[in-house]
Design a protein around this ligand. Structure first.
Ligand code: HEM
Length: 206
């Protein structure tokens, strides 16, 4: 690889990796803080793994047990994916769905549309992590990290990072939204970004 290629891979990772994870985490905190039932279920899961020891390291075994935590991450991404679209160009003339597509046509894939389609999801507007506990998911109806050859190379690591962040925050702290009725304040461009999220954070009382 040339220096320039190495440089662009590093830059890609910084750009593709920092905003995505931080906005995703804001969306997760908002959904949990907004839904007391979800928060209680999450605490039950965390307490069953960590008990009163709220400072020990998260282990690989914990990551497997964190099923409800993973369901929250997936449901947050289903409702509002950080990356709602991806682009692809066809390298050859093609025919798809009865239409002819000349080489170099730009295809935009709209994940958010798939995530809210009633053909794939029951009550798609409802935030309900349980749908991932009971295998409601149909193949390719949830696309968080893109797909195919250019899928996000950090998809596994990102799930681990998000799980660890949820554990570190929610096993130890009470998080409250300052304005419980305010809708999530976000902007939508090629990625969905959280504009602001005001929260109160205190050590857990129980
Ligand atoms: C939760 C956080 C993340 C989300 C939601 C996310 C999502 C995505 C999506 C949707 C794509 C496009 C995939 C496609 O075109 O099929 C992508 C590509 C990419 N992501 Fe991530 N990503 C995340 C975290 C990261 C992190 C932490 C890194 C690096 C450390 C990273 C590096 C990249 C790179 C380099 C690409 C381009 C891959 C290519 O074009 O071949 N991402 N990501």
């Amino acid at each position: 690889m040339t220096d320039q290629e190495i440089m662009s891979v590093i830059l890609d990772s910084f750009i593709g990796g920092s905003d995505t994870t931080s906005h995703f985490m804001c969306f997760i905190v908002y959904r949990i803080a907004k839904n007391s039932k979800v928060l209680n279920r999450l605490r039950e899961e965390l307490d069953s793994i960590y008990g009163q020891n709220r400072t020990r390291q998260v282990t690989p075994e914990d990551l497997i047990k964190l099923k409800y935590t993973e369901a929250i991450i997936k449901e947050t991404a289903r409702i509002l994916p950080v990356s709602p679209i991806i682009l692809r160009f066809n390298s050859e003339d093609d025919e798809i769905a009865g239409y002819k597509w000349p080489k170099n046509t730009a295809f935009t894939m709209h994940f958010a549309g798939i995530h809210h389609n009633k053909r794939y999801w029951k009550d798609p507007e409802e935030f309900n992590p349980d749908r991932f506990m009971f295998n409601e998911e149909i193949k390719n109806s949830l696309i968080i990290f893109g797909g195919g050859l250019r899928a996000c190379p950090a998809r596994r690591m990102s799930m681990i990072v998000l799980k660890c962040l949820i554990v570190l925050i929610f096993r130890k702290y009470d998080i409250e939204l300052i304005d419980k009725d305010a809708p999530l304040d976000y902007s939508s461009t090629i990625i969905n970004t959280c504009n602001k999220l005001y929260i109160k954070m205190n050590p857990r009382k129980d």
